[in-house]
Design a binder for this molecule. Sequence first.
Ligand SMILES: C[S@@+](CC[C@H](N)C(=O)[O-])C[C@H]1O[C@@H](n2cnc3c(N)ncnc32)[C@H](O)[C@@H]1O
Length: 269
Amino acid sequence: MVEASENAPLTTNSRAPRSGFCVTTRILFENTALPAMNMNTPPLKIEPENDEDLLVKRQVRECALAHDVSRDISVTYFQMAEAGMEHQWKRDIWPRIKDFDFSVTLDLAAGHGRNSEMLKTLAGEIYIVDVNQSCIDACKARFGDTDGKCRFHYIVNDGYSLKEIPDSSITAVYSWDAMVHFDKLVVKRYIAEFARVLKNGGKAFFHHSNYGHVSPEDNWCANPGWRTNTTREFVAECIQSFGLQSISQDALDWKGSAFDAITICSKAR
Ligand SMILES: C[S@@+](CC[C@H](N)C(=O)[O-])C[C@H]1O[C@@H](n2cnc3c(N)ncnc32)[C@H](O)[C@@H]1O
């Protein structure tokens, strides 16, 4: 076990060629007026099995910290995001997912639950998953155990697996405005998990970065909108390699530039 290694200085030399850590986040945390590390947030225990494992866990840690409202950082983001939901749902989301079976839905990286607010009218059960306890607490306060006819399950996950969710149990995987920030290696691990947790015939809808087409820069929080260097093609390869079937991949304009994409895929019946 290498408990402290996520605190090791992140130098340019420590960055692997095709993946990255967010050096900028660390610099921001150390040199600005942002609050000091919340001591209630336990240090991530890093038990690297190999270099890839270490890269994944470091990027997960950086991205989790960047969105943790218990550190007072992202409160404004979550408040502002709420206001854009209805418009995004009508324009970008609902037309693409209206034929999904939402009986058992996963909202991955749910934040403060603005997407589950829409999904709960369609779903029988929702698994709300987020790497940050503060986000899960906000969702629990918002929805409780049941809201209307929908039952909620809450999981603070490790940031790269869905190990708490049984195999072949989910009819709809959903992730909006979160995987855009995930390193390629993290995206790959989650797609492997989508293939495991989806029921036969189930579908996944997820919004991810396509910024790798603009720049290969792997220092994700130096990129516009904190987009990582993921590409549609990379996601398509992952889908294929984990045995899922691609349905569509659309480029998505985000603030006037096609930095993002939405992928829809399914598990064979
Ligand atoms: C930009 S917010 C979007 C939240 C929500 N999907 C929405 O649309 O409002 C990104 C979310 O991803 C979560 N997150 C960051 N890294 C994660 C990871 N590796 N696995 C799961 N959740 C993660 C953050 O805690 C945050 O809630």
